[in-house]
Write a protein that binds this ligand. Structure first.
Ligand SMILES: *[C@@H]1O[C@H](CO)[C@@H](O)[C@H](O)[C@H]1NC(C)=O
Ligand SMILES: *[C@@H]1O[C@H](CO)[C@@H](O)[C@H](O)[C@H]1NC(C)=O
Ligand SMILES: *[C@@H]1O[C@H](CO)[C@@H](O)[C@H](O)[C@H]1NC(C)=O
Ligand SMILES: *[C@@H]1O[C@H](CO)[C@@H](O)[C@H](O)[C@H]1NC(C)=O
Ligand SMILES: *[C@@H]1O[C@H](CO)[C@@H](O)[C@H](O)[C@H]1NC(C)=O
Ligand SMILES: *[C@@H]1O[C@H](CO)[C@@H](O)[C@H](O)[C@H]1NC(C)=O
Ligand SMILES: *[C@@H]1O[C@H](CO)[C@@H](O)[C@H](O)[C@H]1NC(C)=O
Length: 353
């Protein structure tokens, strides 16, 4: 029997197992449901709305209860989310490109490699400002994810004009300023010193600063290493950010953060010496995530220190309404022994073929 056939049979078996024992697999390892729909990284515009069963808006102490619309990079998506009362925060990506593919290069809403959009950064901000002004009680927060230092510096005039008007809800300015796990070397990080220099103009904005990442459905090992966390701290110190009192959140990719509890605690504790900071756990659809370890990480920081911008499926598996620790361990043990049993059954069966 060749390798491909073995893989096929294993996949079929997992599909069967998932049907029989969906809840145990769901609880222990997120990848089983998504292994077959492996989307290529960085291509499609994602659109993930995280509706929580509880429709009450929770801008209070439970930060994981804040709901996100992710990659809102077109006029159509903005129309869909802006009046949606289930959405608290709008996340969008900014690249240097062309409006409808014509004219001058300018900051537009798109995720690399795309660089054509029907929505400019200016248009995006104007519409949100107008909405928030007219619907103060449902004002949306905004997270602006700048994909290069060129587009960030090219956006400063637009930000200068608009950020002072964004008083109804939080504005986050995000960039991946350091190379991160796992040995990420394809995406060039945004130049940290130039990014911080631009951000100085917006004291009221939250700095959301992270690492580029290399992760997906096939990854298991990988962590935010101590040296990557130290580099973040050095960059913050070198740019005098910790003495300004500006709010900071560290965006961390769910599957990798789950393996990095110690290092992330050290980083947050070090930043906390001068001021409070939070984590923002995000995930791409299809990423491998060890749900039990991620859950442990979130509770170790507390629900008042972690924002959660992940696909709805992962959010519900985290079961954050239930802080008890017994059920998760039982489920993962059960899941593990069931999977082992299946491997044993499969190998016995293969030997007979
Ligand atoms: C597994 O998770 C999926 C998606 O969240 C859900 O639709 C399904 O009902 C779950 N299965 C079980 C058995 O809990
Ligand atoms: C947009 O992408 C095209 C195709 O990859 C490239 O030729 C062009 O230079 C890009 N434009 C900008 C402003 O980066
Ligand atoms: C921002 O506020 C200033 C002063 O109130 C106003 O002139 C400007 O038009 C506003 N910009 C937007 C985009 O609303
Ligand atoms: C990126 O890392 C991989 C694995 O370590 C290596 O094979 C590849 O040559 C590197 N690419 C660049 C552009 O450095
Ligand atoms: C922390 O930030 C606040 C403003 O958000 C500021 O008032 C306070 O002085 C800062 N604390 C320290 C220790 O820098
Ligand atoms: C933040 O620092 C203060 C003072 O050092 C400490 O009392 C507090 O426990 C720290 N909080 C966290 C979450 O580390
Ligand atoms: C916090 O929010 C999450 C997500 O909405 C919810 O599942 C959980 O029950 C909340 N926990 C508390 C203690 O409010």
């Amino acid at each position: 029997m060749d390798f491909k056939t073995t893989i096929l049979l294993t996949t079929l078996l997992f599909a069967l197992v998932a049907k029989i024992n969906g809840s145990a697999l769901n609880a222990s390892h997120y990848q089983y449901q998504v292994a077959e729909q492996r989307t290529p990284a960085y291509t499609q515009i994602e659109y993930i709305v995280l509706k929580q069963s509880d429709t009450m808006r929770q801008w209070g102490t439970n930060l994981t209860g804040i709901t996100w619309a992710h990659a809102v990079n077109s006029q159509q998506l903005l129309d869909e989310v802006i009046g949606n009362t289930d959405i608290d925060f709008i996340e969008a990506d900014i690249v240097l490109g062309k409006l409808n593919g014509e004219g001058e290069d300018m900051p537009v809403m798109a995720h690399p490699p795309a660089n054509i959009s029907d929505l400019t950064l200016a248009g995006f901000l104007h519409q949100i400002i107008e909405f928030n002004r007219e619907h103060e009680e449902q004002a949306k927060g905004v997270k602006l994810d700048f994909k290069s230092i060129e587009v960030f510096e090219g956006s400063l005039d637009i930000l200068d004009e608009n950020i002072p008007n964004m008083t109804f809800s939080p504005v986050w300015i995000n960039a991946d300023i350091l190379s991160g796990p796992v040995d990420q070397n394809r995406t060039v990080p945004v130049d940290a010193d130039r990014f911080f220099a631009g951000c100085m103009r917006y004291k009221q904005a939250v700095l959301s600063i992270g690492w580029t990442t290399n992760w997906g459905a096939d990854f298991r090992d990988g962590e935010y290493t101590q040296s990557q966390c130290d580099a973040m701290l050095e960059s913050l110190n070198a740019n005098n950010i910790l003495s300004t009192g500006q709010a900071i959140t560290f965006p961390v990719r769910a599957g990798i953060a789950a393996n990095s509890e110690e290092q992330l605690h050290r980083l947050v504790a070090a930043v906390n010496e001068t001021n409070d900071s939070t984590l923002t756990v995000w995930s791409s659809a299809g990423d491998y995530v060890d749900v039990d370890k991620l859950r442990k990480l979130i509770f170790s920081f507390g629900l008042d220190r972690v924002y959660l911008d992940v696909p709805e499926e992962l959010a519900s598996q985290l079961n954050l309404g239930n802080p008890g620790n017994g059920a998760g361990t039982f489920k993962s043990l059960f899941g593990f022994s069931f999977v082992s049993l299946c491997f044993w059954a499969l190998s016995s069966w293969l030997q007979r073929l």
